[in-house]
Design a protein around this ligand. Sequence first.
Ligand code: ADP
Ligand code: MG
Length: 404
Amino acid sequence: MTLSILSFAQVCARGQARGKRVFIRADLNVPLDAQGQISEDTRVRASVPALRMALDAGAAVMVTSHLGRPVEGRQQPGDSLAPVARRLSELLGQPVRLVSDWVDGGFELAPGEVALLENCRLNPGEKKNDPELSRKMAALCDIFVHDAFGTAHRAEATTYGIAQYAPIACAGPLLAAEVEAIHRALAQPQRPLLAIVAGSKVSTKLTILQSLASRVDGLIVGGGIANTFLLAAGLPIGKSLAEPDLVEQARQVMQDMKARGAEVPIPVDVVVAKEFRADAPATVKPASEVADDDLILDIGPRTAQALAERLKAAGTIVWNGPLGVFEFDAFSHGTEVVARAIADSDGFSLAGGGDTLAAIAKYHIAQRIGYISTGGGAFLEVLEGKTLPALEILHKRALEAQAA
Ligand code: ADP
Ligand code: MG
């Protein structure tokens, strides 16, 4: 890690966790199906090493997370972490008790036990990082462990405020590993370094495009983002998803790359449909021949093949965002060809983003990606070189502890 931060592993190695109350902020925000069952449990599994570390160190363990976007102060069906408690209990091989209304304490917890504290976003003041709420939560523990990389770019009561007031505040193994992996890949990358920034909108990824444009050897755009770049290149895009008000910024990104002798490859062919539907007939066209009533829903096969060639020869690949509407099979080929090329490349690959992870799972290539981040927004912010708020406060606390 570039910032000096206390790690939970160090705290445990010093024996400081024995018999102590450890409060872990994890990211257990998993998708639930219509029956309320967990449909994808990667995040629950990713939270286990920190919990094990705390249990092995002899601590009494509290863990919390947000789930979905509940209204603060008003629990609705579907807001409960109950399914997560069951899954965690299976993974740990011991009971995991779910505790509601936990902010003021009053629940018993012995060393060796694990309590899952109900959805932290139900607590009024969580999102606003309320100091009073943060102080109460800090009073529940001796050691606060931040292990939720996916929310490390937000300053909320369980991601920031509690770290200000807890007696000891440190980074959990997942948070530390995430940040280290991204820095390791980008500090001295094997060249050529290629970045793929695709997905739905330029607006959500403009700063990452701008920041990568000054560092990468090739910047590959795809999805709705490519549509805005096609516009910037003066090509027709019909009714496709795009952001015409960001064409100027897209053009600037292309110019910045060109000035460095690098480029943003623009698709030469595309897959279009007349309607946004899974069963809409798909037509491959040269990018210059898109009709007024066409929707571009994928990159074409020639474009995908050309990108695949470049990716196979890359030294380092950073990937965020599907290259088309990969949820619809007829428009998934571009994403699939690129995903397989990344998997086949000898270069180190780094991928992150909610839908990107879904694409990786769809094509069963997870084993062949160098590092898969659990974060979406946080992954992009670290790539941009920003200091995440969660790391900033942990760094501050580490400096205070050194001075004391
Ligand atoms: P991530 O979650 O990996 O960061 P995004 O959320 O930015 O990715 O984008 C993924 C979404 O973009 C997918 O739902 C996909 O269907 C959509 N998408 C990709 N290409 C297009 C396109 N050409 N037109 C409309 N939507 C698209
Ligand atoms: Mg997404």
